[in-house]
Design a protein around this ligand. Sequence first.
Ligand code: 4AD
Ligand code: MG
Length: 457
Amino acid sequence: MKHIDIADVLHKSELIGTEAVVCGWVRTYRDSSAVAFLELADGTSFARLQVVVDKNAVSLDAECTKCGASVCVRGEVVKAFRGDGAELNAREVKLLGKCPNDYPIQKKRTSLEFLRTIPHLRLRTNTFTAVFRVRSVAAQAIHRYFHDRRYYYINTPLITASDCEGAGEMFRVTTQPWNAKYEREDAYFKEDFFGQKAGLSVSGQLEGEVAATALGRIYTFGPSFRAENSNTTRHLAEFWHVEPEIAFAELPDVMEIAEDMIKTVIRTVMAECPEEMDFFEKFMEPGLKAKLSNVVESEFGVLDYTDAIELLKKADVSFQYPVEWGCDLQTEHEKYITEHVFKKPVFVINYPKEIKSFYMKQNADGKTVAATDLLVPGIGEIIGGSEREADPEKLLAAMKARGMDLSAYRQYLDLRTFGTVPHGGFGLGFERFVMYVTGMENIRDVTLFPRSVKNIM
Ligand code: 4AD
Ligand code: MG
């Protein structure tokens, strides 16, 4: 259908005085004896287009006035009666699709909980169109950030036989019938599609390292899967993962890149989505724009894990989980560090090796690894990264200490055998990042169809 976007009608002043055809969904309808007003949305802009219908000159089907109906309007673009921008004086209003009165998305604001029960329709609200425009702009900005700096975009396999994080959170991939009966596990997997145990990848890092040790700098941007039994506002079973991997890089380089990327992408979102950001500021997180400006302008904090433990022990707060050197930081600890102490993003570095993954570079103290988590106020961890262990002997020892099946990692070990280099990278949870920039408080509200424990709508 030949038509133009509402975003163009609203913002391109050269269209004033011309005839235009727009298509969209009716959001509101008002009416007086002589004139009717339809507000249309077509997804291209946060602001809607006001269509003015002279009832004496243009026939208006009653179905076209219902919230949710889809219509096609031909009319003259005129300067808006109020404010800047434009509106459309209708010459013809055609019904495309009726929308009965039980349409669940009505004018009044509905709760996010209710909207989660209708994931296929919730996108038609202001909140969700704004979230998904921001999500798209942020994704493009991430690609641009890496492309402009000569990182190559690679696509790593989603089905894998090796578990990157070693946390036992892999979904199994199988074609075995439900009643298959075997004496032993290996016999069972031998009969399976791949002839061995396979699962959905929790991270593209291991294959990312393969590519980085040939192409220099790479990044992945794709889904990762985790069968974590955590029903929280920050965990999904399927999330999008941004994972750059850089050859000839040490931990400080990795942190510098992470900080620069976060700041660059936030700047782009603020510049390209001003109306959406105003909306989130008003309805989701008062102070959001000042928070993000502060992030862009200030330097992220850096805190050694050992100092973090000291700081938490001295804190005048009773934590649910006690703190001791060697413990994993819980969300309550992460929030205390970022929200009460730093009030900005903080890199926590040099974690005890026992609580981190096998591939992380072992520090000279023999106790810690060159790992970093980026914690932000309101959410906690949004990035996990590290320098990788480049020494084949040390890597092998770390894998053996964890009782890993070395046969699944032969290729990974080869990277250290043949021309090993210092290298590192990080993983950004894309949904958590979108939460951070929009102020949305539940990860289920920044992804189209959230998958989480006992939920696959
Ligand atoms: O800290 P993680 O587990 O690190 C890795 O997977 C590394 N292999 C990354 C790398 O160095 N290339 O995960 C990275 C990030 C987390 O900081 C978090 O933001 C996000 O991925 N994440 C999740 N997001 C939503 N739901 C989940 N279940 C997530 N698990 C991790
Ligand atoms: Mg992590």
